[in-house]
Design a protein around this ligand. Structure first.
Ligand code: ZN
Ligand code: ZN
Length: 395
């Protein structure tokens, strides 16, 4: 396993030095501007944040245009435009100000808000700066103050660099100053299928930090296609595939339900009731409650005969997982399987697995669609990605 594939490993700063260009004009008036210089060949991205002096408190992100273009938006009063470098993969670590959850992605967007993968908080990217990045901004502000007070001859210019390059090259044992910031790998790294953004999050499910789309459908689709391939190549038996498909599906749906329980205000009794819902039984209260409470229709558009099939397969999962595949009275009563004989072993076919997976995928797609009518995604990155794909297709 490569270093990058491991959980919770530090990723060094990219080693780009933030610069402060000091000029002193003929009348002795001093001014300063931040910049960035990257001398190593590795990946690097830079972002701009307006900071309030003298403490270096971050105010908001800004977009750095091309040469001669003004920063967008213009600086709020009392702030200066500071520049920061990414980690050595070209990505950014973020920490949510609401739930303290840590994550990485490729952006510090100045044009649209960022979404916390864990609690769904949506606010400006600058609010997600990590404590270490804030220390760095404070250090920039302090250095700026010192340099502006230092004596300079009239009509001169000079450049000061915050030397991150040397700090990056230091051995891990050598202590680093408090303003050094790095990032940390999490557990699930993926590119969002809706906006193309890279995300690195703890756990499996989360909102895309850019567009806010929850990744359950994407994660489930990945797992289900693995199961299909494993069944086709006979690496797992169809009986086991039924169990694995249903439990993966159940987990993805329960995660949606958990998010609604956490994010929609409700009485504790309802919260408790929702925490008990399971999606591996279409006859349970779950599907009724989803409709009643949240106007979610998981089975929308699915034909009655398919619903019956799903019910049978979910009962089969129960037999495979809890009764070693031997048909019991419960299965006969609940499955609707007319051929079942108590005491016989249930035999599963590959076709059933594929049909079941197809239907489970449709149910989760229904939940996903309804869920995102409640928690709406951010359009900008999705539209931008759509335009990008169109342009690529034309080429
Ligand atoms: Zn959060
Ligand atoms: Zn996205």
């Amino acid at each position: 396993m490569s270093y990058y594939d491991q959980d919770f490993k530090e990723i060094a700063h990219c080693g780009a030095n933030t610069t402060i260009h000091i000029s002193c004009d003929e009348e002795g008036r001093k001014s300063a501007a931040f910049g960035i210089v990257h001398r190593s060949p590795g990946p690097m991205t830079a972002i701009g944040i307006y900071i309030l002096l003298p403490q270096g408190i971050p105010v908001c992100d800004f977009r750095m245009g091309g040469i001669g273009q003004p920063f967008d938006p213009p600086p709020p009063k009392g702030t200066v435009p500071a520049i920061l470098g990414s980690d050595s993969m070209g990505y950014w670590g973020h920490q949510c100000p609401q739930c303290n959850g840590y994550f990485r992605n490729r952006n510090h967007a100045a044009v649209y808000p960022q979404t916390c993968p864990y609690c769904g908080l949506r606010t400006e990217a600058s609010h997600f700066l990590t404590p270490a990045q804030r220390m760095f901004l404070a250090h920039l502000a302090a250095t700026l103050e010192t340099e502006l007070e230092a004596p300079d001859e009239n009509g001169t210019e000079r450049q000061v660099e915050i030397d991150m390059a040397t700090l990056v090259k230091q051995s891990a044992k050598e202590p680093k100053p408090s303003f050094y910031y790095a990032s940390q790998t999490q557990q699930t790294r993926y590119s969002c299928e809706h906006c193309g953004e890279f995300n690195d999050i703890r756990g499996l499910y989360g909102y895309c930090a850019a567009c806010g789309w929850r990744n359950n459908v994407q994660m489930l689709a990945g797992r289900l296609s693995e199961i299909r391939a494993e069944v086709n190549s006979e690496r797992i038996r169809p009986e086991a595939a039924v169990g694995q498909s249903v439990s993966t599906f159940d987990a993805a749906c329960r995660d949606f339900a958990n998010q609604m329980t956490r994010r929609i205000p409700m009485k504790p009794t309802r919260q408790k009731e929702l925490s008990r819902l399971v999606f591996h039984d279409t006859e349970s209260e779950t599907f009724k409650r989803m409709k009643q409470y949240f106007d979610l229709a998981p089975l929308k558009g699915i034909q009655e005969k398919d619903v019956k099939f799903i019910r049978m397969m979910m009962e089969r999962r129960h037999v495979y997982e809890h009764n070693s595949g031997v048909i019991d009275q419960r299965y006969i009563e609940r499955s609707g399987d007319a051929d079942a004989i108590e005491g016989n072993l249930l035999r599963e076919g590959r076709d059933n697995v594929h049909r079941l997976i197809g239907l489970l995928t449709r149910i989760v797609a229904n939940v996903d669609k309804d869920f995102h009518e409640i928690f709406t995604p951010t359009k900008w990155p999705i539209e931008h990605y759509g335009d990008l794909k169109k342009r690529r297709a034309k080429r």
